[in-house]
Design a binder for this molecule. Structure first.
Ligand SMILES: Nc1nc2c(c(=O)[nH]1)N[C@H]1C(S)=C(S)[C@@H](COP(=O)(O)O)O[C@H]1N2
Ligand SMILES: [Mo]
Length: 497
């Protein structure tokens, strides 16, 4: 054990100290350049689509902490081995540190929105980790290279451990302060009233029609929530336009704003899944702005870029076809929450989020589909992303135990842009029966439905299917979300007693 545990610990502690100092450096300058976040981001970008889907499906919004913990664990194993091997061969310490610095630096430099000095935290961290490792080894193995000096080891190891904890705490504190600054700049935003406000929700919508911001699903690749300095923030519109512009947040707020109830959903949502919500969005309508600038008739793709380098491509024809595509500044009566894209995000009713709803927006480029593949398209997802007609049973919950008698089966159905004209429910293998549709403000939102069920004792399977405004019935064939959205009828099984 004495041959293994102390040198392994020396390896791990040295790395922890180096990483923690690198993270402080990054937190104070560019948080996305921290080695853990950079490597995590690189892993997310490199992960094959099925793995990513699996992570979103099984881990939900815990996917990010789980990823970081996995990277941490890999790092522990790697540095423990380096520590053990370095007792007899000091060059292993140097090589290990170099490899470790290179991985962090490469990951940071290859992030989409990287700047040249993003490699600095990883290189500094690796140099410190390597130096600390050599120092701890020299102190702990005296007078010969392999004679272990327990007291010296404990003393110096405690010192390094303390240093790592302090540095780690400092990195956390700096991140807090920065996040606090973004929160304060958000708190200071006073949103103007919409020139074209949303009408009150029609009478008869049931509770839950609007999803509160705190409950709204979150799906993105950002390991750290971008904290945008509103004063320095600009939206640049360029590419195949008659006139390029750079707009400040105030420039946007000076334009006439529209307010709309729109349902947003994720292409990764499984049949019956939770990645869908409806909010009242406030924003600048995009079509008139683009028409003012003049769009080159050859431009068929609008590429939105976010501050952390996400790219989302949207068909220009979709943005200009009369739907309420907008640059959102408000969500349910508040400035956009940080996690939902503060200060500005895009929203394109009728498209999945990955194809029309770029958060933390900073750039719009008019280009062509032939010339540019956006982030998810490069990973095999469909380039255009129209929402498929779908429906979900929310009540009863799966495997609920119910009492016999009259029960209300309820849920939602959506086909943004086309609207929902009918929802049918089937109990076991009986005939499909029409559900009641509750009123909805427009075809861009989901529709709530309910169905009165005379439940008899036994195990029952409930199924739902919707028909959209074009008359098309929701596709029965089960398909996975990849590459362009799940299909299939949602079913729920319940026991009636
Ligand atoms: N910058 C950025 N914008 C993004 C994403 C992202 O990863 N980064 N994910 C998109 C996807 S896949 C979806 S479904 C929606 C989710 O928006 P929400 O998190 O506000 O619900 O954001 C879109 N916009
Ligand atoms: Mo998504």
């Amino acid at each position: 054990m004495r041959r293994i545990v102390p040198p392994a610990l020396i390896g791990v502690l040295s790395a922890a100290f180096g990483v923690a100092l690198a993270e402080v450096l990054a937190a104070a300058t560019r948080p996305q350049a921290g080695p853990l976040i950079a490597v995590g981001g690189a892993v997310i970008d490199a992960a094959p689509a099925p793995l990513k889907e699996f992570a979103v499906r099984t881990l939900g919004t815990n996917d990010k902490p789980v990823l970081l913990a996995t990277i941490g664990l890999a790092l522990v194993v790697f540095t423990a081995v380096v520590g053990i091997l370095s007792v007899r061969r000091r060059w292993v310490a140097v090589a290990g540190a170099a490899l470790f610095g290179l991985a962090g630096a490469a990951a940071a430099a290859l992030r989409p929105a990287a700047v040249a000095y993003d490699v600095v935290p990883s290189i500094v961290g690796a140099a410190i980790a390597g130096g600390t490792l050599l120092f701890l080894l020299r102190r702990s193995y005296r007078p010969t290279a392999t004679a272990f000096d327990r007291r010296a080891f404990l003393r110096t190891a405690a010192l390094v451990a303390g240093g790592a904890v302090v540095a780690g705490g400092a990195a956390e504190a700096v991140k807090r302060v920065r996040g606090g600054a973004a929160t304060r700049s958000r708190d200071a935003v006073a949103l103007p009233a919409a020139a074209d406000p949303a009408k009150p929700l029609p009478a008869g919508t049931a509770p839950g029609f609007v999803t509160p911001n705190a409950d709204f699903y979150r799906v993105d690749t950002a390991l750290t929530v971008p904290s945008v300095d509103l004063g320095a923030w600009r939206l640049r519109i360029h590419g195949m336009v008659g006139r390029e512009v750079e707009l400040s947040f105030d420039d946007l707020l000076r334009r006439p704003l529209i307010e709309r109830d729109v349902t947003l959903n994720c292409v990764s949502n499984e049949v019956g899944g939770p990645y869908i919500g409806t909010a009242r969005w406030l924003g600048v309508p995009l079509a008139p702005l683009l028409r003012e600038l003049g769009v080159d008739p050859g431009a068929d793709q609008l590429v939105a870029r976010s501050v952390e380098g996400m790219t989302i491509g949207t068909p220009v024809a979709t943005v200009l076809d009369g739907r309420d595509a907008m640059l959102c500044v408000g969500m349910n009566g508040e400035p956009l929450p940080l996690v939902h894209g503060f200060p500005v995000r895009m929203l394109t009713p009728g498209l999945y989020g990955y194809a029309g709803a770029c958060k933390w927006l900073t750039e719009i480029e008019l280009t062509t589909f032939a010339d540019f593949d956006a982030y998810w398209v490069r990973r095999g997802w469909g380039a255009r992303g129209p929402v498929k007609t779908a429906s979900r049973i929310d009540r009863p919950a799966p495997f609920a135990k119910l009492a016999a008698g009259r029960l209300t089966v309820a849920g939602v159905a959506w086909a943004q842009g086309r609207g929902i004209t009918s929802v049918e429910v089937r109990v076991d293998d009986r005939a499909w029966a029409k559900a009641e549709l509750l009123p909805a403000p427009s075809t861009d939102t989901w529709v709530q439905w309910r169905y009165d069920w005379a439940a008899t004792a036994g195990l029952h399977t409930l199924s739902v299917r919707a028909t959209d405004g074009t008359g098309a019935v929701q596709v029965e064939q089960r398909a996975t979300p990849f590459p362009d959205g799940a299909t299939g009828w949602h079913t729920v099984t319940a026991t009636v007693e």
